[in-house]
Ligand binder design. Structure first.
Ligand SMILES: [Zn+2]
Length: 613
């Protein structure tokens, strides 16, 4: 199969077949149907978005033997002649290749003669900005006093280079870049019609690679068919585009969300065998983090993603906190900027991923992880005083972070610790200042209390519970005091998880009476709490209290410490302590002395920086 076959075959010949560009289609259809024609049109936009295609459709509309309309018949000899590029009254010039003044003069010489075949002589000048000033002047002269039977269709990717005198004589239309969704569905349509087998994800890769140009995407599609020997698969498209590793991005982000540095390193090791474009991967990570953040606010807002990517993004949205997403996105941005400066792109990529894992708040990614939830609850649950909390944490750490040396399981646990630990200490400081800053912002803001009240009836409707509520409220611990002081601990015991739990952790309990619960939160979190979250929270309360309650969520600027802020603060203190204990503990030194060095020393090494035991 020769290249360009489909690209040419599927070039739109009517406004109906045109992909996107709704605004241009409407304006031109209206002008044609109401007979309000202009003598010069200028189409601007990047390459491959349909400028010359529209110009050709317009040439048909003007010259169809059935009369001027937005729906040329496509059957008459003029319509056919235009499709087959042999219509004598359509004069096409690619100014990019014909910039000599003579050519333009030659072209315009015949402008005063009546059309020989059609109703209008149509001059289609592509990349009109490439004409020399002399050619421009020749064109201008004609544009000043155009004969009745002439229509100029000018197209350019760079309208800034056009003289104002040309611009002022043309009716201008700007064509937009096409979204990957539009291009993807066009490719899908073409392949279905052509009865060529394909994998949906592969079409997304092609659509994105086309960067808004349907022509480029179609050309790539032709190549992909040739490359895949008659079918279009993701693997062959990825290979053809040189975008190896792109499908690993969701998995890598899942590792980050879980804080699984070991798995992430393994994945990067595998990736490196495919010699991927590391820059492209960082850029892919960046774009997916953005999608995850958007999805947390609006579950249905994901655009331009393949079905499998959508699934991954939705999952990640429940695993990463909004704050962490912001931080990770920032890392990706600077990572992208710094990558070319690194001596070794792979190492730089690895460092970027480890940095994200290191700065990941200890538990944010684990709303759903039972193990961790169980681990940390006993520490905090029984000790409401912050001071007492720290000592509780100390106890907890003694057992949690310095495991007995006997079993191999503990070895891997320790290894994990050692890889992430040193950077985490940095994270503690930074996150601390971040949340402190946030607090200040909040207190600085005028409290929008009363107006922003949102009310929700806590009606217990068990049959219409969304999927993940099913296990959310299975086994609620009873007998909570529901006093504002205990909120930091009790908020976790309401049996909520996912986004709802994350949002709840950013509230404070103002009051709880027999039939009304009042929570308060900062304006940002308030804007994220939707009806569904509110209903789930109200249901959890209702289950606690054995009766339905009204839940009010207020906006306040002057919050006391929320469970999330408490968690961050406590985890900072824990990590600082862990670090201290770890380095000072004689047991650790004993461990390192008595064990066979190889595995451990290697894993300890990257953390060192001179401060380690
Ligand atoms: Zn016709």
């Amino acid at each position: 199969m020769s290249q360009q076959v489909l690209a040419r075959k599927w070039r739109p010949t009517t406004f109906e077949q045109l992909i996107g560009q709704e605004h241009v289609r409407k304006a031109l259809t209206h002008a044609l149907d109401s007979g309000r024609l202009h003598h010069a049109y200028l189409f601007t936009g990047t390459r491959g978005v349909g400028k010359t295609t529209i110009a050709r459709i317009l040439a048909r509309c003007l010259n169809c033997e059935q009369g001027i309309s937005a729906t040329p018949c496509g059957e008459c000899s003029n319509c056919w002649a235009i499709s087959e590029n042999r219509f004598v009254d359509l004069l096409e010039v690619d100014a990019a290749s014909r910039t000599k003044v003579d050519d333009t003069r030659e072209l315009l010489e015949n402008v005063s003669y009546a059309p020989s075949q059609g109703r209008y002589k149509v001059y289609l000048i592509d990349e009109v900005h490439m004409l020399t000033t002399h050619s421009f002047n020749a064109l201008l002269k004609t544009l000043e006093e155009p004969p009745e039977h002439v229509v100029f269709l000018l197209a350019t990717t760079d309208p800034q280079k056009l003289l104002p005198t040309v611009l002022s004589r043309c009716l201008q239309f700007h064509l937009r870049d096409l979204s990957p969704d539009l291009v993807q569905s066009h490719l899908e349509h073409v392949l279905t019609e052509e009865q060529i087998t394909y994998e949906t994800d592969s079409l997304w890769h092609l659509a994105k690679a086309g960067r808004g140009s349907v022509r480029d995407a179609m050309t790539l599609l032709d190549q992909a068919i040739a490359h895949g020997q008659g079918s279009v698969t993701s693997a062959s498209v990825i290979e053809m585009l040189g975008t190896q590793g792109i499908s690993e991005i969701p998995l890598l982000l899942a590792d980050i969300a879980k804080g699984d540095a070991i798995e992430a390193l393994k994945r990067i090791e595998q990736l490196s065998r495919e010699t991927p474009d590391w820059m492209a991967l960082v850029s892919g990570i960046q774009s997916m983090l953005h999608q995850v953040a958007v999805t947390q606010i609006d579950h249905d807002a994901i655009n331009h993603l393949s079905p499998s990517e959508q699934k991954a993004v939705r999952e990640l949205a429940t695993q990463m906190s909004p704050e962490f997403l912001q931080l990770a996105y920032q890392f990706a941005l600077t990572g992208y900027r710094d990558l070319p400066m690194a001596s070794d792109a792979r190492s730089a990529f690895e460092m970027l991923i480890l940095r994200m894992i290191a700065f990941r708040p200890a538990r944010t990614g684990e709303y759903l992880s039972e193990t961790e939830a169980n681990c940390s609850t006993p520490d905090t649950e029984s000790r409401p005083e912050p001071e007492a909390n720290v000592s509780a944490v100390t106890d907890g750490l003694g057992t949690a972070s310095i495991p007995p040396p006997e079993t191999s399981h503990d070895l891997s646990e320790r290894k994990r610790h050692e890889i992430t630990d040193p950077v985490v200490e940095g994270a503690v400081i930074d996150l601390g200042s971040e949340s402190g800053h946030q607090m200040q912002d909040e207190t600085g803001e005028p409290a929008i209390t009363v107006d922003a009240r949102v009310l929700a009836d806590a009606t217990l409707v068990s049959e219409e519970q969304p999927e993940d509520t099913a296990n959310e409220v299975t086994d609620p611990p009873l007998g909570l005091s529901l006093s504002p002081d205990a909120w930091v601990y009790e908020s976790r015991l309401l049996g909520l998880n996912g986004m709802t739990a994350s949002l709840l952790s950013q509230t404070v309990l103002i009051s709880a009476s027999a039939n009304e619960i009042i929570l308060a939160t900062n304006p940002h979190t308030h804007s994220l709490i939707n009806d569904m979250h509110q209903r789930r929270i109200a249901e959890a309360f209702a289950l606690q209290m054995g009766q339905s309650v009204e839940l009010v969520v207020e906006v306040r600027g002057d919050l006391v410490e929320t469970p999330e802020q408490n968690r961050l603060r406590v985890s900072q203190e824990r990590l600082a302590l862990a670090k201290k204990q770890f380095t000072e503990d004689p047991f650790v030194s004993a461990l390192t002395e008595h064990l066979d060095a190889t595995v451990r020393i290697e894993s300890i090494e990257p953390r060192d920086g001179g401060t380690h035991v």
